[in-house]
Design a binder for this molecule. Structure first.
Ligand code: DO4
Ligand code: MG
Length: 292
């Protein structure tokens, strides 16, 4: 069962069918609740049926997206390779304090099937498939979703102080297709993760990994994030990538990125180069994503 945002409200879906509808006006409202109250709200949802349709990004209101970096050996290796200052990545991989950075708010996030953007002023871009934690205002992990931390390797590689430009821009992040409640996932450290990049209708790249390779504990990442900050509408914390396509792979306009995590579903997004190539409809989807 998955909690999804749709154009007609919040719903619990199984496969492609709606099973129940919720009266709440936003996901943010649900993320203000403690786990026990959220469970009760989902249990009390009004049974319903019918096709689920295309889900919207599972984020609204003032909920933020943050991300952890260099939490898998593969990410550390790739950054050491691309960077003019490689030791900072090795240092952070083994340090007690994790790397955490702001990634997006609702209006910057693409839902399933919506385009993600690679920067027009970047020459080397990758998708980053990540397990994303859905955390309520009380620092409790209440669910999981699939994340894509689209990143510019040329800009970050040039100088790590450019990280916000490499990471944070319109549609640099995709989340979806919905939120799987935490109590339905027996072991978040044993989720298979697969990524496939399709170019001109053919598989161009594929790879797989498992969250068992994660160097950090999920609760520890959340606890660092909440140390000196509050998230009244909850926060989505993406936990870092275990898959980085080999050099010189770069995303191209027209590619399709498919990321699948066991139990969490498939997040599929077309890639466009430059925000100027998003269509008017994409803009409408963006403003829907930020309402609530
Ligand atoms: O250090 C830069 C970001 C790393 C990152 O996004 C990742 O490891 O997933
Ligand atoms: Mg990342």
């Amino acid at each position: 069962m998955m909690l999804v945002r749709t154009s007609s409200g919040l719903a619990l879906v199984e496969g492609d069918q709606v099973r129940a509808r919720l009266p709440h006006s936003s996901l943010a409202e649900l993320l203000r609740l403690r786990t026990t109250d959220l469970r009760a709200a989902l249990d009390a949802a009004q049974p319903a049926s019918g096709p689920a349709g295309r889900p919207l990004a599972p984020i609204d209101g003032e909920t933020e997206v943050w991300a952890a970096g260099v939490t898998y050996r593969r990410s550390e290796e790739a950054r050491v390779e691309e960077s003019g200052t490689p030791d900072i990545y090795t240092k952070v991989y083994t340090a007690e304090r994790p790397e955490l950075f702001f990634k997006a708010n609702a209006r910057r996030v693409a839902g399933a099937e919506e385009p993600v953007v690679v920067r027009a002023d970047s020459t080397w871009d990758v998708p980053e498939p990540e397990l994303a934690l859905v955390v309520n205002a009380h620092a409790e992990i209440v669910g999981y979703t699939v994340g894509n931390d689209v990143s510019s390797r040329s800009i970050e590689g040039d100088n790590p102080l450019y990280l916000p430009q490499a990471k944070v821009y319109a549609r640099s992040c995709a989340l979806g297709p919905g939120i799987t409640p935490a109590w339905e996932v027996a072991d978040p450290y044993a989720l298979g993760m697969r990524m496939r990049i399709v170019r001109n209708g053919q598989q161009h790249w594929s790879g797989e990994a498992n969250t068992s390779e994660l160097k950090r504990r999920l609760d520890d990442l959340v606890s660092y994030l909440f140390r000196e900050d509050d998230f009244p509408d909850g926060v989505i914390l993406s936990t870092g990538t275990a898959l980085v396509p080999e050099t010189p792979f770069t995303l191209q306009h027209g590619d399709i990125v498919e990321i699948e995590l066991d139990q969490l579903g498939l997040l599929r997004n077309p890639v466009v180069q430059g925000k100027g190539r998003l269509s008017v409809n994409d803009g409408e989807a963006r403003s829907l994503a930020s309402s609530g």
